[in-house]
Design a protein. Structure first.
Length: 581
């Protein structure tokens, strides 16, 4: 039996320099210069495995929620509804379950044919996240990854795995981070509206919609409501945590007291729960819940949101309290994947907390979902301005926490193996027209990695510098990306020639959506290898608009658009919905 030394972080790669290594794959993008790729731990799931893990995540979500809403009422000496707690802790709970399940899979998939040695990491200084946003940063920290992997290796999946050395992590690189607010001119404008706002009662309150601020003001007018905007979410958040209460470890020990588990995996979830459960739901709950009541309208009929109801705890207190008074929560789809992937946590969360979840065109069997229209600001498609072939490199954060709807567990490397060769070939064909947009991810490592790889192809390749993607799309003759990126739907909705990577064997869409994707594949809009795309590109690029609008092809495109990024007047649709209720 061969000995292998598992490198779970950058330090391990150096410590095991002269040994036979097995390296967890996120390190490839963080430290690729140090790595022989043949040593990287690759994971490929079977479709039934992926479905099984998704089902476990959903099952555990409801199991925890049913237990916690009573326990949290007791520990916080309050009497909130189950839905209130679903709104407040739901985004964190589904995130925690996905992230911990992902790490469990990574270790479970290590073959037992080798004897594995690893360095064990531990700490005596536990950092408890302040709120969901703080947790979201913490759980992407490589030190936290090391602690969780170590726990799984030593205490749960320890067959043929032995501790090599032990190391204490005494100082976290993570600290609570404040988030800057919106630009000052817009802030002044919105505060002007809010100054005149009667906060006692409002017909609707818009949190965010992606429609653009002019459209949001128009929606207020059509519902006969004075405009009100949430300009101070970050300010309130930063203010709250100046006086955060200290950790209450007695309360934390009681969080899941008597919560029953059936196997090692469920025990692992339970044991780690108290270390990642934000203080905003426990130690700081009563103060923050009370503060939120005076921040916004005291009573509103409708709350409309696309994103911030997922992220800001100080907003979620208010939304939860409003729903207990009878307010309706209307959520709007805010990214690609909902409606066609097997599972996305934002889609799941919106379905289970909303009175109505407006989609971009699709409908499923869930009671809250309702067809509406694509919510992003309309792109101006002016042919005289379109001169670039835009490649949008898809990318995820190197330290991934979610389980994507993909049988390749680490899809960052799949993207690399498709898009870097594609850029090389296209640069030879039309170097002056090529423009590349780098992944807009939260860790700069992935971005820098691609920038370095593109420079190796040619230092003259134009890197897209537009902050807003819509500006880039307006000057593009055609756009290339991946099937699971929001920009894919934005470009299709704008009726700009669009191509995307999609492998039907590994890029998993649900049964209802498979036919729509297969039709795009037959018409050469979706591709699964670079040579396949290059053939289409070379034959049609110089007459790309006429190729795109060919009758049969364009009919299939419009069928897809109608289902997943439907065109229409969302402002009028929402106004009619609210005015009829």
């Amino acid at each position: 039996m061969k000995k292998k030394f598992l490198s779970i972080n950058y330090n391990d790669i150096k410590k095991f320099k002269k040994k036979r290594k097995l390296i967890l794959q996120h390190n490839y993008f963080l430290n690729n210069k140090q790595i022989n790729f043949e040593e990287v731990h690759d994971i490929f799931l079977k479709k039934r495995e992926l479905k099984k893990y998704y089902n476990e995540i959903k099952k555990n979500y409801f199991k925890y929620l049913n237990f916690l809403h009573k326990r949290l009422n007791n520990l916080n000496n309050t009497n909130k509804s189950k839905r209130y707690w679903n709104i407040l802790i739901g985004p964190w709970l589904i995130d925690y379950l996905q992230s911990m399940t992902r790490k469990w899979i990574e270790i479970k998939k290590i073959s037992n044919r080798n004897e594995i040695y690893y360095n064990f990491y531990f700490t005596d200084k536990t950092y408890i996240p302040e709120d969901y946003l703080d947790y979201d940063e913490l759980i992407r920290n490589e030190q936290i990854f090391s602690l969780i992997y170590s726990d799984i290796l030593k205490n749960y999946l320890n067959q043929k795995k032995k501790v090599y050395k032990s190391f204490s992590i005494n100082n976290y690189s993570h600290k609570f981070s404040k988030i800057e607010n919106i630009p000052s001119i817009r802030k002044i404008l919105f505060n002007f509206f809010n100054f005149f706002k009667n906060k006692k009662k409002s017909n609707i309150v818009i949190i965010n919609t992606y429609m653009g601020h002019f459209s949001e003001i128009l929606l207020y007018i059509k519902t006969k409501t004075f405009p009100f905007f949430f300009t101070n979410l970050n300010e309130v958040r930063n203010l709250c945590y100046r006086n955060s209460n200290s950790n209450d470890f007695i309360k934390r020990k009681n969080l899941l007291k008597n919560y029953k588990t059936k196997n090692k995996f469920e025990l692992f979830l339970k044991k780690n729960f108290e270390n990642f459960f934000p203080k905003s739901y426990l130690e700081n709950f009563n103060r923050f819940d009370e503060l939120s009541k005076d921040l916004f309208s005291q009573k509103t009929n409708f709350i409309i949101s696309a994103v911030d109801h997922f992220s800001y705890d100080n907003l979620k207190y208010w939304i939860g309290n409003q729903t207990m008074k009878g307010s309706k929560l209307l959520t709007i789809q805010h990214g690609a994947n909902p409606g066609y992937s097997l599972f996305t946590q934002n889609e799941f969360n919106d379905k289970v907390i909303s009175n109505t979840n407006f989609t971009w065109g699709w409908k499923d069997k869930f009671k809250s979902t309702k067809k509406s229209f694509f919510s992003f600001k309309e792109v101006k498609n002016k042919k005289n301005k379109r001169k670039y072939l835009l490649i949008v490199i898809p990318g995820n954060i190197a330290l991934q926490k979610n389980i994507k709807s993909n049988l390749y567990f680490y899809d960052n490397l799949i993207f690399y193996n498709i898009f870097i060769p594609l850029i090389k070939k296209i640069h030879k064909i039309c170097p002056k027209e090529l423009m590349v947009r780098l992944p807009k991810v939260r860790q700069k490592n992935v971005n820098e990695y691609y920038r370095h790889e593109i420079k190796k192809i040619s230092p003259n390749i134009k890197i897209d510098s537009n902050e807003k993607f819509t500006k880039s799309l307006e000057i593009s003759k055609a756009m290339i990306t991946s099937w699971d990126q929001t920009v894919f739907l934005q470009s299709l909705n704008a009726d700009i020639p669009t191509f995307a990577y999609w492998d039907k064997k590994t890029s998993i869409v649900n049964n209802e959506s498979f036919g729509f994707f297969s039709d795009l594949k037959k018409k050469s809009i979706l591709f699964d290898n670079t040579n396949e795309f290059i053939n289409t590109f070379q034959n049609n690029y110089h007459n790309i608009d006429s190729w795109w609008t060919e009758r049969n092809r364009h009919k299939i495109i419009q069928n897809f658009v109608k289902q997943y990024c439907r065109k229409g007047n969302l402002v009028n649709f929402l106004a009619d919905f609210c005015n009829k209720k």
